[in-house]
Design a protein around this ligand. Structure first.
Ligand SMILES: Cc1cc2nc3c(=O)[nH]c(=O)nc-3n(C[C@H](O)[C@H](O)[C@H](O)COP(=O)(O)O)c2cc1C
Length: 194
């Protein structure tokens, strides 16, 4: 059994001046240090999915070239670590656009969240994401990481004033590894197509 999982770290904020890439690098470094993952860094700021939804329903698998390249990376992943800020009590439109762009490639896999924002640490964005990922047939971990007042807490990809976030990230990665590995084993025995 090969217990090294392919983990897609998905950075969900794309605006100029964002801190999302710093938060994502902090999380990706921890995933690498964890030892159970090889990381594919999927920064949505660098992914061209087009401005509009494609004509075909993503369940058809008929993708435009840009979407097909993204779909191949989602297909290759065993697990997802979604890094999201909170915008108006939700998650960024760029992240929804990416989630909606493909379909079958998400299914039967596991995901966990690193969220950030003001006082709420992005938790309202995460609760919305859980609903959407259920529809995409992605299992989400109980634990996650929530970073409040994130705008003043990163020096590059270094987190300042750790109040338990590093420990929470370790716990989250352990859960993600268990679910990701269990589902990867299951997909090998019984390819998921429902
Ligand atoms: C359009 C917009 C809406 C926001 N709404 C919220 C919010 O509802 N709750 C919150 O805690 N922070 C909110 N914030 C603050 C962001 O969480 C904070 O600026 C964070 O750094 C944004 O992530 P980013 O830098 O990766 O884009 C908002 C920021 C923006 C730009």
């Amino acid at each position: 059994v090969n217990d090294t999982l392919r983990l897609a770290v998905i950075v969900g904020s794309t605006r100029d001046g964002r801190i999302g890439a710093d938060v994502g690098r902090w999380a990706a470094q921890a995933a690498t240090d964890h030892g159970g993952f090889v990381v594919d860094w999927i920064d949505l700021a660098d992914v061209d999915l087009g401005d509009r939804q494609s004509a075909a329903h993503p369940r058809s698998g008929r993708y435009t070239a840009g979407v097909a390249a993204f779909a191949a990376r989602i297909e290759a992943a065993d697990a997802f670590l979604i890094v999201t800020p909170e915008y108006n009590h939700g998650y960024p439109a760029a992240l929804k656009h990416a989630l909606d762009a493909v379909y079958a490639e998400w299914g039967g896999k596991a995901a966990a969240f690193v969220s950030y924002g003001g006082m709420s640490g992005g938790l309202r964005a995460v609760e919305q994401l859980r609903q959407v990922l259920a529809e995409l047939q992605v299992a989400t971990t109980r634990d996650g990481v929530s970073i409040s007042m994130a705008g003043r807490r990163f020096d590059g990809s270094q987190l300042r004033d750790d109040t338990g976030e590093t420990a929470a990230l370790k716990r989250t990665l352990d859960q993600l590894h268990w679910w990701g590995a269990a589902l990867a084993d299951a997909r090998r025995v019984r390819p998921y197509g429902a």
